[in-house]
Design a protein around this ligand. Sequence first.
Ligand code: ADP
Ligand code: MG
Length: 230
Amino acid sequence: MTGDRVRTHIRGLDEQLQGGVPRGSVVLIAGKPGTMKSSVAFNILYRNAKENRGGAYVTLEQSRESMLDNMAGMGMDVKGLEKQMSVLDLAMIRKKLKQLSKQSWMEVFKMYVGNLKKSMDLDLLVVDSLPVLQVMAKFEEPRDDLFRFFEWLRDLEITTFLIAEMKQDSDMFSDNGEDFLSDGIIHLDLRREDRIVNLFMSVVKMRKTGHKRGYFPLIFVDGGFEIVTN
Ligand SMILES: Nc1ncnc2c1ncn2[C@@H]1O[C@H](COP(=O)(O)OP(=O)(O)O)[C@@H](O)[C@H]1O
Ligand SMILES: [Mg+2]
């Protein structure tokens, strides 16, 4: 049964999702700043890389170095996993290419991901973040452009996690219909309770999967994430 599922390795969550996220899905990881979206997404790739499933993390907000430092600090050191896990700073690459290439940024992005798919048997992709991708790719008609981008991802036959930044004062997961287009939405939320700020996770949507609409505390222990379901 697990063959058609991508395990998130978040303890408690895969059981809720009948083994994990359906392979080939495009899933939003949505939350406000600081809700550990990047850490959760990186952890999914990292754990899968250890099981020899290839993953690419495209960082557009943070430099590759700062991302790797952060994650190593949380116990996710990619040393020795170079063949299974590639972390690309495409903002940087685009800057370097500017003088040399007439390709649009989106073409460069697609070329990089397409090449990885061929060269490393790519299974999983993270884009951190979707709003920044839309700015860099200069989406002129966001809804149409997004629709085509989602179609392109589905044709690749990989499982994609797109990080969606929610605004501080809003309950909307996205601005341009990403929540309708996506196969799944995982929502991360910080809540103040007394004097402590706790992190919560809920699966708002996951196509092809029965799941509870629970709102679970999410904790990070021993280098792994865990939802508290009792
Ligand atoms: N064990 C931990 N528990 C809670 N937060 C942590 C832990 N380790 C690191 N953090 C910090 O949580 C912050 C948010 O993480 P990040 O994944 O960057 O969030 P987001 O991508 O949603 O903005 C980071 O500053 C990270 O360093
Ligand atoms: Mg982040």
